[in-house]
Structures are given as C-alpha cells and as structure tokens.
Design a protein around this ligand. Structure first.
Ligand SMILES: Cc1ncc(COP(=O)(O)O)c(C=O)c1O
Length: 393
C-alpha cells in the first residue's frame, strides 16, 4: 500500500485526533534509524516521544520478547507473574521506591499515583486531604484526572467540568506554591523536566524547597517521571538529577521501549495504603510488558546507557550552544529543548532532510534521541541542522 492510499484510508476510518500527520509511514527500524515504505532512511531523534531509548529492533530486546511471546503473553493478575515480580524487584533495587504497581501507560500510572495519594489520607481519616498542586505548563496525561492535573488549558477546555481539584502553580516559584497550599492539599506533582510543555527544568533548589514544604505540611511529593525516567537525563531517574526523593514516582514510555507499560513506584509508608481490591488492572504487569521492562534494564546496564545519555547529552548541547540561531539550549542529558524562531518550519525542513524531531509551538524544537546514540549520529544531525538554518526559513 502506498502513502496516498494509506492517508485516504486513515481519513475515512481513524478518529481525527492527530490532524495532519507527517507524511510518512515506517516499515522498520534499526538502532537510531527508521526506514519508510519506499526505503528512505530517517535519523530518529525523537524516539517515538522518548519511548525507544534502546533504539529500534535492538537484537537482545527482540530476541527476548520473541521468546516471551512464544511462551506466554497474558494470564491476568489472578495468578502470580514471574516477570512482574522480578521487574518490581529491579525497580526497587535501583531506586528510592519500596513497592511498585504496573499499569499500561503514563496517564494510567499517574492516575494510579493520584489514587494512591488520596487513599493514603482517606485511610488515616483525613478524606479532606484530596487536592493537588501541579505546575503550569505541565503535562500529565489524557485521562480525566490527569487532564485536570495537566497545567495547560488547551487540553482541558472541552472536557469540563473536571471534577478533581488540581491547582496550578508557576514553575520554580516556591513562594507562589506555598501560597496555594491548604489543609486539603494531598500531593504536589512535578515533572523533573517538563517535556510536552517545551523542556523546562525544575531547579534543584525549588525541588528541595518543595520536599521540605511537603514534609512540614504532611503532603505527598509525587514526581511524574514518565518522560524523564529510565536514563533520559543521564541519571536513571530524574529525581537523582534534582537530588530530591519523592514519595511516589511514575514511569512509562522508555520502561517498555515500545511495549506499553506504566509503573507507580512508591515508598512503603504510602504503598501500604493500597489493600486488596483498592486498585487493579487486567493487563497491567502482564508477562510480555514486564519482560520488556526487564530487557530494558538489562540493556541500560550492559550498554551503560545512563552514562552514554550524560556524555552524549553534554557533547550534543555543547555543539548546539555554538549555533547562532539557537537562542537557548534547555534540558539535561538527551532531553533537549532549543529556543529558535520558526520551530515548526525547521522541524518540517529537518523532516525533508530525513531527520525526525519534535516542536512545541513555534518557539521550541524538542530533541529526544535514543539513549544508544553515538557522536557520529549527533554530528550528522548538527550538519543537517546547520544546513536547514542556513537556508530560507
Ligand atoms: C510527563 C508525562 N506524563 C504523562 C504522559 C502521558 O503518558 P501516556 O501518553 O503514556 O498516557 C506523558 C506523555 O507524553 C508525559 O510526557
């Protein structure tokens, strides 16, 4: 099937939530490259929105998944699931969490984290503590509660009334945030670096001050690490970059390298608020999804991907800072945002050069290469980027 035909069928049969997509469909991927239906090779510096951190078709990942598929895909949570337990153990052994619960996406993990915070206070006889503070410009997902958590009106407007109470504070302003805290505040939710909002970093000082505030006011600190987790920042988790431990954090995206999975990770004192029947999932933590998570941890460890994200991120950012048309380089590791004029036009021109990146509005280019990226591929990007910037925009 050719692209024109596919676009026509998509228009007829698929709900139009994605608008005019980039005019391409991919047939296969290998490492940092994707290949389209007519054999063109694209440098993938967006990783399926921070998902394919181990690259496409990683041989160890593919073999491990194929073996799992041949044996068992799903059983339900009525029975013990070996991979589920082992992946929870791996996350706990490598993080500040004591317990884990698996969901199927980032939004679902965040939804679960919000439920966990609510039930934590409910079970202490403090049901009034059911409100949350999140940041303006944040993104936490598309379910109704996570939409309410998301600090961007454009996503919320058609879906009101949003019944959960989320108040949005400006980023890195501890005084503004303090002024919003009440006796009803159950949790403060932060992305260590706002991704969808345009790559804006939470300051370490702010994160530490929020931690202190939470301790003083009996509020749970929740980090949404759906995008920042699993090595992207050159730290296994974004909370390490902020030198601040949350009580709950969530993962998704790169945890499955493309197989849908999400995780709620929590300290024991909060996690134990969930009793049998309080939360659940049909698919969550199934043998296949948790096999993917285990393989991802293996690859990250064997290939030193956290270290690579740090080194390649520094190398990349240094090069980007030298480009005159780039007004600001934001982010950490391989989560990079560039302030530029005409971001959308640049993204389109890079696409014509067979390079994939994202844009947030017309002001920010978003770059999220797979964590396996090498210097040569970054150099390829820099050369194409300079060429595009040098042309007529
Ligand atoms: C920080 C953050 N939280 C939550 C989500 C929602 O994840 P999902 O699309 O898997 O539901 C995203 C998605 O981009 C995200 O970046």
């Amino acid at each position: 099937m050719d692209l024109t035909k596919l676009m026509e069928l998509d228009k007829t049969y698929y709900m139009n939530t994605f608008g005019q997509r980039n005019p391409v469909f991919f047939e296969r991927g290998e490492g940092v490259y994707l290949y389209d239906s007519i054999g063109n090779k694209y440098l993938d510096f967006f990783s399926g929105i921070a998902v394919n951190s181990c690259g496409h078709s990683h041989p160890y990942f593919v073999e491990g998944l194929c073996n799992q598929i041949k044996k068992l895909i799903h059983t339900s949570n009525l029975y013990y699931i070996k991979n589920q337990t082992l992946l929870a153990k791996t996350i706990v052994e490598n993080s500040c969490a004591d317990k884990v619960f698996f969901a199927n996406s980032g939004a679902e993990a965040n939804e679960g984290a919000i439920k966990l915070a609510k039930i934590y206070f409910y079970k202490q006889g403090k049901p009034h503590k059911n409100e949350f503070i999140t940041l303006k410009n944040s993104f936490h997902g598309r379910t109704l509660a996570t939409l309410a958590a998301t600090g961007q009106e454009k996503y919320q407007k058609p879906y009101g009334p949003l019944i959960h109470k989320f108040i949005h504070a400006p980023i890195n302003d501890i005084y503004a945030l303090k002024s919003l805290v009440t006796d009803n505040t159950a949790g403060i939710i932060l992305e260590p670096i706002q991704g969808e909002g345009g790559v804006y970093e939470v300051d370490k000082e702010f994160a530490k001050a929020v931690r202190k505030l939470c301790d003083e006011k009996e509020i749970l600190l929740i980090f949404d690490e759906v995008q920042t987790g699993m090595g992207r920042l050159g730290y296994l988790f974004g909370y390490e970059y902020l030198e601040t431990e949350p009580d709950i954090f969530t993962l998704a995206k790169a945890l499955g390298n493309g197989i849908p999975i999400g995780a709620i990770c929590a300290k024991d004192f909060v996690a134990k608020s969930f009793s049998p029947g309080d939360h659940g999932s049909t698919f969550g933590g199934n043998p296949l999804a948790t096999c993917a998570g285990l393989l991802v941890f293996d690859i990250i460890k064997k290939e030193n991907l956290v270290e690579n994200a740090k080194n390649m991120g520094n190398y990349f950012m240094e090069k980007l800072q030298k480009i005159p048309q780039v007004k600001q380089v934001r982010g950490c590791g391989l989560m990079i945002g560039l302030s530029v004029d005409n971001a959308k036009e640049i993204q389109k021109k890079l696409f014509l050069e067979k390079i994939l990146v994202g844009a947030v509005g017309d002001e920010t280019l978003r770059i999220l290469p797979p964590l396996i990226v090498k210097k040569e591929e970054i150099d390829l990007f820099i050369n194409a980027f300079k060429k595009v910037l040098g042309g007529n925009l």
